[in-house]
Design a protein around this ligand. Sequence first.
Ligand SMILES: Nc1nc2c(ncn2[C@@H]2O[C@H](COP(=O)(O)OP(=O)(O)O)[C@@H](O)[C@H]2O)c(=O)[nH]1
Ligand SMILES: [Mg+2]
Length: 205
Amino acid sequence: MSKQFQFKLVLLGESAVGKSSLVLRFVKDQFDDYRESTIGAAFLTQTVTLDDQTIVKFEIWDTAGQERYKAPMYYRNANCAVVVYDITQASSLDKARTWIRELQRQADPSIVIALCGNKTDLTARRQITQEEAKKYADEEGLMWFETSAKTGEGVSEVFTAIAKKLPLSAPSSRTNAARGTAAARQGVDLNRQTTTQGSNEACNC
Ligand SMILES: Nc1nc2c(ncn2[C@@H]2O[C@H](COP(=O)(O)OP(=O)(O)O)[C@@H](O)[C@H]2O)c(=O)[nH]1
Ligand SMILES: [Mg+2]
């Protein structure tokens, strides 16, 4: 019999770096060039099967820039965070560093943080080298990836690697299950406060 583990994941990063597009690619394997920007935050779920025995379910909170002051509600109790930058926008890595500093100070100390450089299909416009981003990630002890939500390159690898890094041992899985329940409750509250979509079935993000 397989075991399912549930974790809360939050996406953070400057506006337009491709957070919603990464989620759409991961959850529905789709990409939309002309998608509307996220209002409030969107909530989706997706599972990753690690092996016959182990399924990791992500509760994904996709945040939007306008909701900056509400961000702590989304990263509080998060088990993992994907901080996204756009490899064609140098300023977006600065913004990612700011998010990471905030997570390191304010989020759960055990949070797994992945830094993700998106839009690798736009190589001709690259402003952030792999070396620069990787060096920073190594210094801070972060996981580091590059992706293209447009082509799908590297996207599932981000979530699979995070799933493998999360603690799945018996004691911590109980903790995480408890956190999952708390996150679900928090989700209900957030739905009232924002224009959050309630589930991936209803989500147009
Ligand atoms: N070329 C390219 N465009 C992307 C990629 N990911 C997102 N975009 C585009 O970038 C814009 C912003 O994406 P969005 O997902 O809304 O960013 P968010 O504000 O961070 O959620 C949209 O026009 C997307 O189509 C990518 O990997 N490659
Ligand atoms: Mg968005």
